[in-house]
Write a protein that binds this ligand. Structure first.
Ligand code: SME
Length: 154
């Protein structure tokens, strides 16, 4: 998908979650939207900060690790640096946490509330180099849309 498709996807996301006062339901629908729109992915979902630790949230894909500490793996690195991580080959990422052994590339985008990181969006693929610069920017747009729509709920 190019950035134009991600703009459309973010509009669909807004339509799906706008005015819905349930965080879990909205994140579940957001992960289902990514799962149905993106080709060649094997996991799409969320981890949310609870008492300083990332805890597994709504997702699509195989069962995943439940807790991740900041600084650990791709997700924990995104939190610690407060910076999107786009990893073309997770086998070359020191400390990568293999939830699904088939995963090869991964994008993790931090989610914020009032400027603080409150969770991450994580999308994985079994293909090396699956995510382009457009995918990275598009998933950041998706995350920014979610932050704006769910500001009261996060
Ligand atoms: N691979 C991630 C862990 C989460 S799963 O991919 C769903 C990481 O290294 O943080």
């Amino acid at each position: 998908m190019d950035i134009k498709d991600y703009k459309l996807l973010s509009e669909q996301l807004s339509a799906l979650v706008h005015g819905v006062p349930h965080l879990t339901a909205n994140l579940a629908n957001a992960s289902a939207l990514l799962w149905s729109a993106l080709e060649n992915i094997n996991w799409a979902g969320f981890y949310l900060m609870e008492d300083g630790i990332l805890v597994l949230g709504p997702f699509q894909g195989k069962p995943a690790c439940i807790e991740i500490r900041p600084g650990r793996g791709v997700c924990g690195t995104a939190v610690e640096r407060d910076e999107t991580q786009s990893v073309p080959n997770v086998l070359e990422f020191p400390g990568h946490i293999a939830c699904d052994a088939a995963s090869r590339s991964e994008v993790v985008v931090p989610l914020h509330k009032s400027g603080l990181v409150v969770g991450v969006l994580d999308v994985d693929s079994a293909r090396v180099g699956r995510f382009s610069e457009d995918d990275r920017q598009g998933l950041e747009l998706f995350a920014r849309t979610l932050e704006a729509e769910l500001e009261e709920l996060l």
